[in-house]
Write a protein that binds this ligand. Structure first.
Ligand SMILES: NC(=O)c1ccc[n+]([C@@H]2O[C@H](COP(=O)([O-])OP(=O)(O)OC[C@H]3O[C@@H](n4cnc5c(N)ncnc54)[C@H](OP(=O)(O)O)[C@@H]3O)[C@@H](O)[C@H]2O)c1
Length: 326
């Protein structure tokens, strides 16, 4: 089946990676079904998508924590386009703060959106794919699904759960002998999106995008590529790849590097920030955007420095191990 005949559902399509992904599929000529809470922002995404090869679009305002709404999203996609070839579970939120400082309703909300929202998506998409005998479920996780971070406990927990969801689903399909359905997990490093501005924050410090920062288009490209060449897990961004490799080789070193980097560069040391629930319970206003304004040349320079620092930490640790065993 040609990619341009695919029907693709994207959750979190009103902003950031979801929006870039919807546009990337539209550019290939796919029909895209756009879901998130903000209708106005979804319409803006649809307008962008429609510019590419006249891609067909369907806007379905959806709160992914509402199981009935997610089932209706799948039903609308099938009613409109007859099938679902790709389902991208992407909608997620974040809450920053010391473990004891994040209000429990915010903690629970992050897990609801980032874990149960993905479960509802998978349960809505898989029956359609089973009936078709084919399909690709793509779960957007994070490098935080391999190496947890301080100050974002529910987020790190949720992304570890997404890794587990992908792995257990692949195994279930395997033991059932299902060959045409693929489950892929994408683990982006830091990406230039509005994510950080929309997060809940109880640290008292402004949340910054932790360098190095990569573009949402890079993630979108990786997602589209998975439909043609399905893989279990894909890390996006060289610094993310270095960190995940290091975590597999030497988890304690990776944990130490992540703790240091997060405290040093993810939270501002100069700018205070008032406590906020961000867009967890009520969506942000406005039309949404693909980018968060964290890109640019300064970040590119920082990207090189940070990648060198991460790789350097790994090399130093390996050196110490060799020293100990010599
Ligand atoms: N940015 C990064 O550095 C980064 C790194 C690694 C992984 N990721 C992952 O990439 C994915 C996309 O993140 P992003 O950076 O693009 O963030 P973003 O710009 O904040 O987009 C998040 C999307 O989720 C939607 N959303 C939030 N709560 C929702 C709910 N209850 N129901 C439906 N939709 C909801 C938002 O739309 P509405 O507000 O309109 O509902 C928005 O479209 C997430 O899974 C994130 O964890 C991001």
């Amino acid at each position: 089946m040609r990619l341009r005949d695919h029907v693709v559902v994207v959750t979190g399509a009103s902003s950031g990676i979801g929006r870039a992904t919807a546009e990337a599929f539209a550019r290939k000529g796919c029909a895209v079904v756009l879901a998130a809470r903000r209708e106005e922002a979804l319409e803006a995404t649809a307008q962008e998508c429609g510019k590419h090869r006249g891609a067909r679009t369907l806007v379905v305002p959806t709160d992914t924590t509402d199981v009935g709404a997610v089932e209706e999203l799948a039903a609308r996609a099938v009613r409109e386009f007859g099938r679902i070839d790709v389902w991208v579970n992407n909608a997620a939120v974040n809450a920053f703060g010391r473990f004891e400082d994040v209000p429990i309703e915010d903690f629970r909300k992050v897990l609801d959106v980032n874990v149960m929202g993905y479960v509802y998506g998978a349960r809505a998409a898989l029956p359609v794919m089973r009936a078709q005998g084919r399909g690709t479920l793509i779960n957007i996780s994070s490098v935080a699904g391999a190496v947890a971070q301080p100050y974002s406990h529910p987020y790190s927990m949720s992304k570890h759960a997404v890794q587990g969801l992908g792995s257990s689903l692949r195994q279930q399909l395997r033991v059932e002998g299902v060959k045409g359905i693929h489950v892929c997990t994408v683990m982006p490093a830091t990406i230039d999106t509005p994510h950080f501005e929309q997060a809940a924050n109880f640290t008292g410090r402004r949340v910054l995008a932790m360098p190095p920062v990569y573009s949402p288009e890079r993630v979108a490209h990786a997602v589209v590529d998975l439909v043609r060449h399905p893989r279990r897990e894909v890390v996006v961004g060289p610094a993310g790849k270095a960190l995940v490799r290091q975590a597999r080789r030497s988890p304690a070193v990776a944990e130490r590097a992540m703790a240091r980097q997060t405290d040093k560069t993810h939270l501002s040391h100069d700018e205070a920030a008032p406590a906020t629930h961000g867009a967890l319970h009520v969506p942000a206003s406005g039309e949404g955007a693909v980018h968060g304004g964290w890109g640019g040349r300064r970040r590119t320079a920082l990207r090189r420095t940070a990648t060198v620092a991460l790789v350097g930490a790994g090399v130093a640790a390996a050196g110490r191990r060799i020293g100990r065993t010599a």
